[in-house]
Design a binder for this molecule. Sequence first.
Ligand code: MN
Ligand code: MN
Length: 288
Amino acid sequence: MTEFFSFLKLPDANSTYGSSRYVIFGVPFDGTSSFRKGSKFAPDAVRIAWDNLESFDFSTGSDISEARICDLGNLKEESAVEFAVDSVETVTRMIKADGRIPIMMGGEHSITVGAIRNFRNCGMIIVDAHSDFRESYHGNKLNHACVTRRALELLGPNRIVSIGTRSVSREEYESEDFKKVRFISAEEVREKGIEYFIEEIRGIVGDRIYFSIDMDGIDPAYAPAVGTPEPYGLKDTDVRHLLKQFSTEVVGFDIVEFSPQYDQGNTAMLAAKLIEDFISINSSKLNP
Ligand code: MN
Ligand code: MN
């Protein structure tokens, strides 16, 4: 299997696969990105940014270098979305079957579908500006604009919360299935505060959660380098609060849609920090 993977590795990923609890891998795929491509370069940009973060976490008192992380490197670059999604499904299935937590660095959002094929009995939290609820886009049901619709088919109604919503087409909005996902708009979060929604989210997603962060859910002021930027978004700390509340229940995690060539470095750092926060919070609650 190793011949499929590249060699740039996260500095704190010092575990072998066999002794790891968290297994990180990159997916260099941006084939269906409709506006600003380049998310296929994100995994290595996140690894480089991570190198500048402190291993010790002041807020939890834990040290991420002791969290038992293995970095598999990047999957082979695929030309078609079907192949990219299938290889994500295969790798994620292996990691889950071995009792470890998969952490995927995209790539565009379409790849999430491959991961959640293995988490059909779970709830899901999606951070995203877009509803991603099209039945099909540019003739393809696996387009990154269709992720939440595919998630609904896989996980079922009233199991998914998408938060940060502010870009929805009329067709999506009027679709009969739209109410089967709880879309929490960025505006609602700004008016009421993120804490207001925690118990509602918990009631929907349950205690086994797949967590997917489309970086464009966060305001472009914090995360400008994304494939499809959208103004008036969530604060970076809103997402961090979600991680604080839900990381213990998370069984699979991804971060997608970061396009490094539009970055001054802040989006890369935020993406790295969100992954680090997820691992720190998840592991510190396991070993308090
Ligand atoms: Mn998305
Ligand atoms: Mn989006």
